[in-house]
Design a protein around this ligand. Structure first.
Ligand code: ATP
Length: 411
């Protein structure tokens, strides 16, 4: 059987919910009539988060029923594989693939592309993507989704010009400078980690100094998240090892609060699971209080500082809107300036460009570059994609071996 398939090119302001309504035929349209009364499934990061929520709240393992490992503790690549296996078992007539290649390394992307090609003989596929280079080559029908409008495209190419906007204003200074006495912020000496007797990290040596701009690379499952959890002090496997966070050895009486105060951390799942209702302005101010969402009244100085950031990042007109109503790309930018506003000594940006369209990703990269240049903050930027225009000073890569991943400096 040869099926029909579709690509929907989305951007920062596209309403994915609207596209899903069309695909699932819950609203009338001339499109996707072939899918009427058919059974559909969604392959997306949001679905993974929904299943993780089920695990957390009700202890129900749906996707990973046959394994002892929880979905939450799996690497992104493992989670996506588990979700696709689960979806295929439910025997759907069609699958909506929402940015399917995000968070995947090159090899896993190629494998998934081949798997989807095989599946496409039997199952209708609808691919929603922000990155033009992700388009599945065997799909011949395409649309562009602008807000709540779906436009058929004559050619498969999106032809959306990527605008590499640059932030050309100066980055606002912090209200108070967070002091760190040592030039060395983070030092890992011979750090190794295993889970369930499976070696994950082997003899990692990594030193991060004030103001350095690092890119952290590594294939799916190489241990990037594990390594970051050592750096944020959250991983108990750091005890008893030569792990130094802001001059203090892990386990030497440092408070979690002291470490948290010095680290800005942003990963997209922070917004995907965030349910609070706050204005964009208050979300940015809350970065000064280490809370997500503002729960105490801001001072005049805090408000002024937040407003300078909002102007700089192009959010002045949106400052009184609800954060939850922003597009995903805009949420990311707001969360990024929220993490930057207090100039933490260390800023960790974990897969922050996943799910963004080409233009939003370029804007994001531009903001990170200028922040790295103008602040004293050290940055660790994690991404599976070679982001065009990113200007890290150093690249640290985790390379998988049978005895755990080893670290290599590539630049
Ligand atoms: N709590 C845990 N229990 C068991 N295994 C775990 C746990 N946490 C992580 N792992 C395993 O450790 C390995 C490394 O996972 P990690 O999430 O650190 O990789 P990653 O490099 O961040 O991957 P990705 O790029 O796919 O997100 C994976 O095989 C994962 O399944």
């Amino acid at each position: 059987m040869s099926q029909k398939h579709w690509i929907i090119f989305s951007d920062n302001n596209s309403s994915i919910d609207y596209a899903l309504d069309l695909i699932f035929n819950t609203i009338e349209s001339p499109y996707f009539l072939e899918l009427k009364k058919k059974k559909g499934a969604i392959f997306s990061k949001a679905e993974i988060i929904k299943f993780i929520d089920e695990e957390n709240r009700h202890g129900i393992k749906i996707v990973t029923r046959k394994t002892s490992q929880s979905l939450k503790s799996m690497s992104s690549g493992e989670q996506k594989k588990a979700l696709l296996d689960y979806i295929l078992k439910t025997k759907p007539d069609f699958i909506v693939l929402d940015n399917p290649f995000d968070n995947l390394d090159r090899k896993t992307r190629t494998e998934l592309k081949e798997r989807l090609k095989t599946i496409s003989d039997e199952i209708y596929l609808i691919q929603i993507i922000g990155r033009e280079s992700d388009a599945l080559p065997f799909i011949k029908t395409s649309f562009r989704l602008k807000g709540n409008t779906l436009q058929p495209l004559k050619n498969i190419k999106n032809h959306q010009k990527t605008i590499y906007e640059a932030f050309d204003e100066n980055i606002p200074k912090p209200l108070t400078k967070i002091r760190v006495h040592d030039d060395i912020l983070i030092r890992l000496e011979n750090i190794s980690v295993s889970y369930l007797n499976k070696p994950i990290l082997r003899s990692i040596h990594w030193t991060i100094k004030k103001g350095e701009f690092w890119e952290l690379r590594g294939d799916n499952g190489s241990g990037k998240t594990t390594l970051l959890s050592m750096i944020t002090g959250e991983n108990p496997k750091g005890y008893g090892q030569e792990l130094y966070l802001f001059g203090q050895k892990k386990g030497s009486g440092e408070s979690v609060w002291e470490i948290k105060e010095k680290i800005g951390y942003f990963t997209p799942s922070m917004t995907e699971s965030f349910k609070g209702i706050h204005s964009v302005e208050n979300m940015v101010i809350s970065g000064l209080n280490d809370s997500v969402g503002l729960y105490i009244k801001a001072t005049e100085a805090q408000l002024n500082l937040a407003q300078r950031w909002l102007k700089l990042a192009g959010f002045w007109d949106k400052r009184h809107q609800w954060f939850n109503e922003l597009s995903e790309g805009n949420k990311r930018l707001v969360m990024c300036i929220r993490a930057m506003i207090k100039h933490p000594p260390l800023l960790i940006l974990d897969e922050t460009t996943a799910g963004l369209d080409d233009t939003s990703a370029a804007l994001f990269v531009s903001l990170v570059n200028i922040f790295a240049k103008e602040s004293d903050t050290a940055i660790i930027f994690v991404s599976h994609r070679d982001e065009p225009g990113l200007l890290p000073q150093y690249i640290y890569e985790l390379q998988i071996t049978d005895t755990g991943s080893v670290g290599k400096m590539l630049k």
